[in-house]
Design a protein around this ligand. Sequence first.
Ligand code: HDD
Length: 686
Amino acid sequence: MSTNDPTSGSGENKKEKQLQAFRVNNKGKKLTTNQGLRVSEDEHSLKAGVRGPTLLEDFHFREKMTHFDHERIPERIVHARGYAAHGEFEVYESMKEFTKAGFLQDPSVKTPVFVRFSTVAGSRGSGDTVRDVRGFATKFYTEEGNYDLVGNNIPVFFIQDAIKFPDLVHAFKPEQHNEIPQASTAHDTFWDFVANNSESAHMVMWAMSDRAIPRSYRMMEGFGVHTFRFVNDQGQARFVKFHWKPKLGVHSLVWDEAQRLAGKNPDFHRQDLYEAIEKGDFPEWELGVQMIDEEDEFTFNFDVLDPTKVWPEELIPVKIIGKMTLNRNPDNYFSETEQVAFHPGHVVPGIDFSNDPLLQGRLFSYTDTQLSRLGGPNFHELPINRPVCPFHNNQRDGMHRMTINQGPVAYHKNSLENNDPAPAAEAEGGYVHYQEKIEGRKVQQRSDSFKDHFSQARLFWNSMTEVEKKHIIKAFRFEVGKVKSKSVQQQVVNLFSNVDVELAEQIAAGVGVKVSASGQPSQETASSPALSQENTIKTPATRKVAILAEDGFDFEEVSELKDALKHAGVTSEIVSETLNPISSSDGQEMEVDQTLLTSDSVLYDAVYVAGGKDSVNSLKAVKEATTFVNEAFSHYKAIGASGEGTDLLKAAGVDTGAAGVEILESRNSEAFIHAVAQHRHWARQV
Ligand code: HDD
């Protein structure tokens, strides 16, 4: 049974079956117009004479051109650049005690999912590896309707009330007068917004951390961010926050590498996800929930409704409840990844909202945006958006209606159709909103309990290792250093003096100002180890290693290494000066995967230099080879060599005694594989 077969395992994958009905394959088919007419000529338009003008009568030309002229739809105002995959979700044990959500009851049920990852700020064609928050949106095709968990890879948000979302987005998007810079927050308007909207301080700490430059979509956490509600079949509710925990751990690039990658391969994250799935290295995340009983709503030093706050995991543990596996790439980018329409308001019985003012506003915005993006109210009929369960109501007509509703009746109540489609009682699966008791005056205010903007920003700072702190300081210096307004730079420094004076001074020193405000640094002394990436899972699985080799390499050594890497789940590629097969010192040939021109160290997790005198001498003569090794070293990657391979390391300025540099004396590759699994060797960063 192929694991790549989405219908494998227990039961059939209903979404897969549904999509099958819409797939079109041109193999062996004749070319036709959209009306089904066979076309005899697709190279030359109809002309009056062989050198004459094209005739309007050419309906095939007109249809082809008109369709082409309308191929684009408006890109998403945020999260325009994304990439997606199909998969399935299974719950580990019944969650009946906490929620009646059908897809969280039975461990033998596999719920189809479609997940779209994205950057936030950049346009559709922007680079993957920019410093940015990543979107992590999951559509569960459940038997009770679609449930969308529309989250990010950062657990908090910039603002506390949705009314400020357009302001935030206008500030971080390219500046309106010149549309510069693309996919970057390193500019005046973003930092002006931050400095003047202190609620963003906590999220900005995360955005300046390594979380904002992930190594891979497969190595990111996901968060629902808001507080939602679980409601069980007794009508009992609990506050809940959702977490996705990647089985491969949480890992990031380094900033210099991220910037180089944006040029070397702007599709780095797309390709990484696509190739992993094609290879059968299906990425997995566990779903976790944090729950707070309703009666404990006011027992914490943060407001559970405030989306700029985490619930520290040490205080409120994450209960792991299930697993998601992404196991199939979409057939068509536009039809699926571009046309998928997420909405935090797509819920199922057992999952309800809280009064988080950011969430409340989102409940309006998502359908509204699809209307202009997808051109009308029938986007739910697109194959990727259709629920797998039947849907019936009295909504009719509109652009691109595909459903053919029969009979004269399209209203409620009616007698002609016996009141069908009839509302379902709760016991029949009808969604009943949680009957929360609300009292209050209509006001345009924010609760005082939302006013502490700095304690958790400091909690985050306190939780970072020295290396992580250095990266954060550097990121601030880069971003604020690109700001042209001295006043804005000054304001930013003053704002962050409320988080930590040392941090503020470090930023100030980098951008040439002095901390001038009498900031009152938060007194938070706690830290939360779960916030540091250094405590994450470390495994060599799915990593990518470049093996540099030329004619005269040691065949046995490289073959053994490749086998050992494969055994550890690591992909290796032979990189050489040309694509001609290379021959070893004992005359055996090996295929080459990449050249020193088509590849680059930033495309790999580690580099290994094969032994063999002639091979190493040839490599030493090529600048790209020493640069390759030197860059990998400066990005703290594992480096391996044996025999004469060590000479290339030395020629590249690599300290062969440094952490993560493994010289394999007896061809035992274990130490190298262990070094690859560590992801990066920060001990080199002094
Ligand atoms: Fe949003 C898209 C996540 C706040 C309005 N958002 C969008 C996507 C993700 C998020 C992952 C891309 C979905 C996809 O792949 O198609 N958004 C978030 C998170 C937020 C958040 C985690 C805070 C916790 N968003 C937010 C607010 C508003 C919006 C406060 C407006 C009130 N978001 C939108 C949108 C988008 C969107 C304009 C653009 C395209 C789309 O919806 O479908 O409606």
